[in-house]
Design a binder for this molecule. Structure first.
Ligand SMILES: [Zn+2]
Length: 157
């Protein structure tokens, strides 16, 4: 699933959809510098978001200083969004490595409203409510609000 060796000694490329702008761009709500906020396909909660670097990073410790700084701003924007929607608490979930159940090598953090038991680790348990077209429409519908919150944060030029 995550690639491997071919009989001729070559290596199968990771099928990393988060590196494919044509795919991930459709779910992207907003880009904040080097970071993007994405509407999750896993509609266990309609405001389940993913935060990830635009560039490929495998793990948090590979992030540049600029990426860490933009990530902090992205969280601030999501927290602001949740607050405006009456959501006071949220969970951040990062699966590190295949053993933890991560299926896509690209570093990303899940943001789920409320307690983390809303989050289903096993992809088979995740309710997939959104087709890619629905996801695209939903992400675009949230973009103006996220743009406004971003501007209101006063920290982004
Ligand atoms: Zn990647």
């Amino acid at each position: 699933m995550l690639g491997g060796c071919l009989p001729n000694g070559g290596v199968v490329k990771y099928n990393d959809i988060f590196d494919n702008e044509e795919v991930i761009g459709k779910s992207t709500i907003i880009k904040i510098g080097t970071i993007r906020i994405v509407a999750s396909m896993d509609a266990d909660h309609e405001y389940h978001f993913l935060v990830m670097t635009i560039a490929h990073r495998n793990n948090y410790f590979e992030l540049t200083d600029a990426e860490r700084s933009d990530y902090a701003l992205a969280e601030k924007v999501i927290a602001g969004f949740y607050k405006m929607h009456g959501i006071d608490g949220y969970s951040k979930i990062e699966l590190v490595g295949e053993e933890a159940g991560r299926t896509i090598p690209h570093w990303h953090v899940h943001f789920v409203p409320g307690k983390s038991d809303n989050f289903h680790n096993n992809p088979k348990e995740r309710p997939l409510h959104r087709s890619s077209e629905e996801l695209h429409t939903f992400a675009k519908s949230l973009s103006p609000e996220f743009e406004n919150i971003t501007k209101g944060s006063g920290q982004i030029a």
